[in-house]
Design a protein around this ligand. Structure first.
Ligand code: ADP
Length: 445
């Protein structure tokens, strides 16, 4: 009856009930014994005053011996839940069920600690791996807020991703539909980037992994391959036809009794054939693969040599790093092209100002880059879409090869070339960035 009444009550409550029962039984038994022995009231009072507190103390000690290990184990389990595996309990029993329980929980804690360490290492490895990848990668939490990303993603959004932590995906131009499919809010982005997505669970929460693949590069590569193909076929055909035309015209020019008019006409054919041949040969440069031989160059010597090539033009220079790591001849060809374009952009406008700045910068991936900027105050870029398309030119005597050639050279240096209008609305800036390794093994040219 008592057991059933106590069912569902706490262990502490049940132990207290047992304690009070024992206390009553002890007092009753003692009183009955003393009355049986006909002890005087003084003896009864004295014995009760001495023995009852002792009995209560013993009960209390017994109660604590049972309950305290449970408190310790509760603390231990709570610490494990909070992923603190360093806590250990002081063993009160060297055998029995509480000893076994303690042993089991300690083993479980150690086991979980090892698993957590392995898991943390894997997570760290994954985050390191993500950081190394060139594709922009972002991780969004359940509320579609940015929780982690890599350097390439920082480059994609144009600022360190950490400053956008917990920003909504929409504010970063990405959205997710009811079927958990990610897409760009701006549809134009889809022509440059492809989205790949997956989900994973960490700490019982679902995360979205979004990977952006630059298909623009791929498209440009395909476009370049097509250009190469066309250029090869055209060059072959033009060269094949030009060679006999030129030699026939040359033979005819040298024939005696040639009328002056005919001679002049034939001379024009020879000259045009030669310049057409040179023209075709130059197109071959756009697609050529170069043997890039990087060396250390002195920024000062490099700049002086460039300035000397444009004696009639004032070019201000700013050199913020003393050396450059690049192929000297190829880089020279690129910067000459950029300076030539800058000068030509100023034709017709008074007081064109051109500056050449060489500096070192850290990119968003925290890697060091050498940056060369050619800034002009010319007419600015009319159409930014076609700048790097071979044969695109806005000049009467232009060939439209310069920028394609520069881009080809810079990409073979694993660098980047951009040409943008200046923010103040006057002129444009060509900016090339090259990977920079600070090794001093080679001497500076
Ligand atoms: P080209 O100089 O023979 O035209 P490029 O490939 O060097 O060939 O340049 C292609 C086009 O890019 C130019 O015709 C011009 O319209 C534009 N461009 C290049 N550099 C500049 C610049 N600094 N300012 C304005 N437009 C430029």
């Amino acid at each position: 009856m008592t057991l059933r009444a106590n069912a569902g009550k706490s262990l502490e409550h049940q132990l207290k009930t047992v304690g009070i029962t024992l206390l009553l039984a002890f007092s009753g038994g003692l009183l009955w014994l003393l009355l049986l022995l006909e002890a005087s009231t003084l003896v009864i009072v004295t014995l009760f005053t001495l023995l009852l507190p002792l009995f209560i103390l013993w009960l209390r000690h017994f109660y604590q011996k049972i309950i305290t290990p449970f408190y310790s184990l509760t603390n231990l389990v709570e610490a494990i839940r909070l992923e603190d595996y360093s806590l250990r309990t002081r063993e009160q029993y060297q055998s029995g069920i509480l000893h076994s329980l303690n042993q089991e929980i300690t083993t479980l804690s150690e086991d979980l600690q090892h698993r957590k360490q392995a898991y943390d290492q894997h997570t760290l490895l994954i985050y390191h791996l993500i950081e190394q990848l060139d594709a922009p990668i972002a991780i969004f939490n359940q509320k579609q807020q940015l929780s982690h990303a890599n350097g390439a993603f920082s480059q994609y959004i144009g600022q360190p991703w950490q400053s956008k932590r917990l920003s909504t995906s929409r504010s970063l131009g990405l959205s997710i539909d009811k079927n958990n499919r990610w897409s760009f809010i701006d549809e134009n982005e889809s022509s440059c980037w492809q989205l790949k997505q997956s989900q994973f669970i960490q700490d019982e929460k679902t995360y979205h992994l979004v990977v952006l693949t630059n298909i623009e590069k791929l498209l440009r590569q395909n476009q370049q391959d097509s250009w190469q193909q066309i250029i090869r076929v055209l060059s072959h055909e033009i060269r094949n036809s030009l060679t006999p035309i030129k030699s026939l015209a040359q033979t005819l020019v040298e024939l005696p009794n040639q009328q002056d008019n005919s001679k002049k006409a034939l001379q024009v054919i020879v000259e045009r054939s030669i310049s057409l041949q040179e023209f075709v040969n130059r197109y071959g440069d756009i697609t050529q693969r170069y043997a890039v031989e990087k060396r250390w160059l002195s920024s000062q010597t490099f700049t002086e040599m460039l300035i000397a090539l444009f004696p009639t033009q004032v070019i201000s220079t700013e050199i913020k790093t003393d050396k450059i790591w690049a192929d000297p001849l190829l880089l020279k060809q690129v910067v000459i092209n950029l300076l030539k374009n800058a000068i030509e952009a100023g034709v017709g406008s008074k007081n064109i100002r051109i500056s050449l700045v060489i500096s070192l910068r850290k990119n968003l991936k925290n890697e060091q880059e050498l940056v060369i900027e050619v800034t002009d105050t010319g007419q600015g870029i009319a159409n930014t879409d076609n700048l790097f398309v071979p044969f695109y030119t806005t000049k009467d005597n232009g060939h439209g090869i310069g920028l394609s050639l520069c881009q080809n050279i810079i990409e073979q240096h694993n660098g980047r070339l951009t040409l943008t209008n200046n923010k103040n609305g006057i002129g444009a800036t060509a900016r090339l960035s090259l990977p920079y390794q600070d090794n001093n093994e080679q001497s500076i040219l």
